[in-house]
Design a protein around this ligand. Structure first.
Ligand SMILES: [Zn+2]
Length: 683
């Protein structure tokens, strides 16, 4: 076992992060890196040790400075941090593009491929060199100077526009609220959401209740409020955020931002000789060509459309019989869906909350990974964090070797970006002096916060599933045994395979034995009763056709938008979305719906022309899980095989190769259809 002095665990000093000092520090670091690169390239020949190791160190130094800043910009935004972030982003993009467009550096990499040393390098080292050569070409290293400069400019503008998109959405979300003074208006709202609304009012020194567009508040309100007009009001405010419609029409409007991003992505792809951004994006993905992506999505549409139509009919009939609703509107869907779920399966997400206190869920989840992979997770205290509710955990393997750390930041709050995600704080790598850097991950969610810091947060099962998903990403990042940053953990993994380990791990929060470990009634200590468990499982595939179609709508919209974008045409974003909806949507969508204006995944995240990745990776994850269903859900031998063939491998090998080494064959779509209760037959 290595002793601690041979390890480097670079926890950032969040409390010492002062906005004014960030830009000077970044400039200094970038200048140091530039100078160092100049001297590196002055060498007469290039080897792994004299080129790649220093480059990795330079990259790591920059990442360690920027990762905490970028993280805080997402989860603890402030005016000062926003302006610093926006000032720094172009510096960073310029530096990165300049590095990848450096012809001397490119030639140095090429010379390594032709060297004697190359034949002796490990698969990870070879993969890194080849990825780099590909990335040089994808950054325009071979372009003539004018086009090169244009590429760099476009890259910088795209990054700035993406940030603006996210900031508009954040501002739009936090600049709308609804004040209520009559409790009767909130009929139907669960106790926890009610108390949250009360707390919102108290925080603003006013009476009554305040509803906001923060996801925990919005999702409870849209599902449970009896008052149809109030649901409509909330729905309209939510789906028109950052657009030219709705209560804040035209403020923080993303309409032009989206067009500007698409225009630049298209130009960038064409500069490199690609027809469109979708083709460009697929160079680094598993799916390889647009035909495969479209074929895959169309197959899934064929499998789910008729099921979705039937589910919608059932919902319609139910609303008619319950409340004499003759026309279901968009703001009725979640409400009657919950009512129907309760009627059919006697189960409500809200009623499940007392069974899932966060501490029980975390402890149970850690027991599950202990059974599967022999690893131990425990909380660490005394580490500098950015918010009192943030926790830090350490992961050790069966031999008690430290494998990595992760921060959890689980609850929604103002000026925190919506959604749930995992991000890397640092990656596993060996330093030049032989010490090992331990990987660290950020796990971020937006769950309903506990009402007081002493109380336990109570999760819905949906939230539990989200936690499992993000923890799956964490495991992938920190359990890696790859010793080179560029292909360690999630680094270098093709985007459409990144969701494989995360979706895969969700399965354990649906399993009976898994549920027994993660549930315990907050007051009675009772495990999830058998009847409740049966209902939860029975309800698992409730509206799975509609759910699948929704994912397909997002995927197809994103992909077609980037595949067919034509800068000459106006209002293409809306037109593309309308076309896709015409083809597949089975639910009512009002003309003011501007979902696309808040579609951060593709306009402010990495999923452009890649949203299909969720479904693509689900084929892998369902089929991999089927192996556990065959061998036993906690079969440690199967767990060990998954650990060593997939989780530890990072981005060294092709994901298909990894899958085959675990499963013994290529994946098929059958397990996904079976798990979702869908089939190829149109009947
Ligand atoms: Zn994910």
């Amino acid at each position: 076992m290595r002793n601690l002095s041979s390890l480097v665990i670079p926890f950032p000093n969040f409390s010492q992060l002062i906005p004014e000092q960030i830009e000077p520090a970044l400039k200094k670091r970038v200048t140091e890196n530039r100078d160092r690169l100049t001297s590196l390239l002055a060498q007469s020949s290039f080897t792994w040790n004299n080129l790649l190791i220093p480059l990795e160190e330079m990259e790591n130094n920059l990442h360690q400075l920027w990762a905490p800043v970028s993280h805080l910009h997402s989860v603890m935004e402030s005016d000062a941090l926003r302006s610093v972030y926006n000032a720094c982003l172009p510096l960073l993009t310029d530096y990165q593009t300049e590095l990848l467009q450096n012809e001397v550096l490119y030639k140095a990499f090429q010379s390594m491929v032709d060297s004697e040393e190359y034949k002796t390098l490990s698969p990870a080292q070879i993969k890194i060199i080849n990825n780099e050569l590909r990335d040089f070409r994808l950054a325009g290293v071979n372009l003539e100077p004018v086009k090169k400069a244009r590429f760099a400019e476009l890259q910088k503008q795209i990054n700035q526009l993406s940030t603006q998109f996210a900031e508009n959405l954040l501002d739009a979300t936090h600049h709308w609220e609804w004040h209520i003074t009559d409790l009767n208006a909130l009929a139907g709202l669960p106790e926890q959401a009610l108390q949250l609304a009360r707390q919102m009012a108290q925080q603003r020194s006013t009476t009554g209740w305040i509803l906001t567009l923060d996801y925990p508040c919005y999702s409870a309100a849209i599902k449970y409020l009896t008052d149809r007009a109030l649901r409509q009001r909330l729905y309209e405010a939510y789906v028109t955020r950052a657009s030219e419609c709705g209560p804040n029409a035209g403020q923080w409007d993303n309409t032009v931002v989206m067009e500007d991003i698409l225009k630049r992505r298209q130009e960038l792809a064409q500069l490199l000789g690609f027809k469109n951004f979708a083709d460009y994006s697929l160079v680094t993905k598993m799916a390889k060509n647009p035909e495969r992506v479209l074929g895959f999505l169309n197959d899934l549409i064929a499998c789910s459309k008729s099921a979705a139509e039937k589910e919608m009919q059932e919902l319609n009939d139910f609303a008619t019989s319950l409340d004499a609703i003759d026309q279901l509107e968009a703001w009725d869907l979640a409400y009657y869906t919950e009512k129907l779920r309760e009627a059919k399966y006697a189960i409500s997400q809200e009623d499940l909350r007392p069974y899932f206190p966060i501490q029980t869920v975390l402890t149970g989840m850690f027991t599950i990974v202990n059974k599967l992979y022999g690893i131990h997770v425990k909380e660490c205290h005394g580490i500098d964090v950015w918010h009192p509710l943030v926790q830090v955990f350490e992961i050790r393997d069966a031999k008690q070797t430290i494998r990595g750390y992760f921060y959890t930041d689980l609850y929604a709050r103002p000026r925190k970006r919506d959604g749930a995600w995992m991000d890397d704080c640092c990656s596993r790598r060996y330093l030049a002096d032989g010490r090992l850097q331990i990987p660290i991950a950020f796990l971020t969610c937006n769950f309903t916060p506990p009402l007081t810091p002493d109380e336990s947060a109570l999760l819905t099962h949906d939230e539990v599933q989200t936690l499992f998903h993000e923890f799956g990403h964490c495991l992938h990042h920190v359990l890696t045994q790859v010793n080179y940053q560029a292909v360690a953990g999630i680094n270098g993994v093709p985007w459409d395979a990144v969701e494989f380990p995360s979706q895969f791990f969700e399965n354990w929060c649906w399993d009976k034995a898994g549920l027994a470990l993660i549930s315990k009634h907050v007051k009675t200590g009772e495990a999830l009763p058998k009847a409740v468990y049966n209902n939860l499982i029975a309800a698992k595939n409730f509206q799975s056709g509609m759910h699948m179609l929704r994912q397909l709508e997002f995927s197809l919209f994103d992909f077609c938008l980037h595949l067919n974008y034509d800068p000459q045409k106006v209002l293409q974003v809306q037109a593309t979305l309308d076309e896709v909806r015409q083809q597949i949507a089975v639910v009512p969508i009002p003309p003011f719906n501007r979902f696309q204006h808040s579609f951060s995944h593709i306009f402010a995240g990495g999923y452009a022309a890649g949203y299909y990745s969720y479904l693509w990776a689900e084929v892998l994850s369902c089929d991999a899980f089927a192996q556990f269903e065959e061998k036993g859900i906690f079969d440690s031998e199967t767990g060990q095989t998954f650990l060593t063939t997939v989780l530890e491998q990072g981005g060294v090998k092709d994901p298909m190769e990894l899958f085959i080494s675990f499963r013994g064959r290529e994946p098929t779509i059958d397990a996904l259809l079976k798990q979702s209760g869908l089939s190829f037959s149109t009947e």
